[in-house]
Write a protein that binds this ligand. Structure first.
Ligand code: HEM
Length: 350
């Protein structure tokens, strides 16, 4: 009996010891993962901070946000079709991201790195947003790169007519891609608070807002307040003969300076979330803006214009859904919050 008791006791001690070792090993592994994530985050912040453009902006903030968006069209897989004209603006950001990714490539997929870079860039941009909470975006690894990453020949459909698109173009595209509600579509378009359009990449010109490194609800405030006029920013001079027309929107007071690369301008897809516009296939509005005709998302735009926190909450949910897009099939574990927006990516439709 005594022997039995002692052998039970020693077995119990042995099992307890194994459990403790297992727990501490798992704990250490988690800690190491967290340390690595933090190290990568810091490297991304340092790299973004080390670069400014000729306007003095930290252009990689907008760059990494736009890169992850383009990657997640068709499912986040670390692959961009480099001959697709609508991906032209983000090709330079692949090279920029590579400068940091190269140091960590054995530890995470390129798609995970681009997602993390998008999160870090968003957090930085939100950090300028009146000190709002900047830690709500969750990074979860698990994305799988396509075999030819970072490039692919797979052709994902972007909105017909790109920046010249209308409300239906933009809404159909974003809802099919990311299963968004109307509110989420309006919220994610607020990413255009960041960065700028450039002649050499898309043919359009100008930033959307005076502070292209800052992410807040200013985009909606301008949408509601400005007296919008459509202008063709391509002047048919000898130097520009090869560029097609580019119809953009400017506040009436800025129309004489609309050709200036630093004057704020919006695209048709931006105006369309607020105003009812009807365009020809080349992007020109058929009739001038009717002051009483609004799109069905008017109330959402006005709500976001009036309350930065309400917009931010919706933006974060939309951004989180975007960077998980197409990943359920690949084993990425979604948190309960992310599961509020189930993803049904119509892979075959793309
Ligand atoms: C769905 C309709 C959309 C259209 C037609 C569109 C179109 C464009 C165009 C034409 C540019 C200018 C590119 C250049 O000249 O370099 C641009 C830039 C940008 N877009 Fe969008 N976009 C759309 C949605 C989005 C979404 C959902 C996001 C969310 C992440 C986003 C984030 C950005 C950012 C951050 C930039 C600035 C990039 C930079 O400064 O280089 N866009 N977009």
């Amino acid at each position: 009996m005594f022997l039995k008791m002692s052998s039970i006791k020693s077995t119990t001690r042995y099992v307890v010891a194994i459990i403790i070792v297992l727990i501490s090993t798992l704990g250490n592994a988690r800690e190491t993962e967290d340390d690595l994530e933090q190290t990568i985050r810091t490297s991304i912040v340092d790299y973004i901070n080390s670069k400014t453009d000729r306007f003095g902006n930290h252009f990689l903030i907008a760059g990494f946000v736009s890169l992850v968006f383009h990657d997640c069209v068709g499912g986040c897989d670390g692959c961009i079709n480099d001959i697709h004209p609508q991906n032209a603006p983000v090709l330079r950001y692949i090279n920029e991201a590579e400068a940091v990714y190269i140091n960590y490539s054995p530890s995470l997929s390129r798609a995970d790195f681009w997602a993390l870079a998008g999160i870090v860039a968003t957090d930085m941009a939100l950090g300028y947003n009146n000190g709002s909470n900047v830690t709500q975006l969750v990074y979860r690894p698990g994305r799988v790169d396509c075999p030819t990453s970072p490039y692919t020949k797979k052709f994902n459909k972007f909105p017909t007519n790109g920046g010249h698109g209308d409300f239906n173009d933009m809404l159909d595209f974003l809802q099919r891609q990311f299963n968004y509600s109307d509110r989420q579509v309006v919220a994610i378009m607020g990413a255009h608070n960041l960065g700028r359009m450039s002649r050499e990449h898309s043919g359009f010109i100008g930033p959307w807002t005076p502070c292209p490194d800052v992410l807040d609800n200013e985009y909606y405030i301008y949408l509601v307040q400005n007296d919008w006029v459509q202008v063709n920013t391509v002047v048919k001079t000898t130097g520009h003969r090869d560029i097609h027309d580019r119809f953009q929107w400017s506040d009436r007071s800025h129309v004489p300076d609309a050709f200036d690369h630093n004057v704020e301008k919006y695209l048709n897809v931006d105006i369309a979330i607020y105003r009812n516009i009807s365009t020809t296939s080349n992007g020109k509005v058929e009739v001038p803006l009717n002051q009483t005709s609004f799109s069905r998302t008017k109330a959402i735009v006005e709500e976001f214009a009036g309350n930065n926190d309400i917009w931010l909450k919706e933006f974060i949910s939309a951004f989180q859904a975007m960077i998980q897009s197409g990943c359920e099939q690949k084993g990425l574990k979604l948190s309960p919050i992310e599961k509020q927006y189930p993803l049904e990516l119509p892979w075959s439709d793309l």
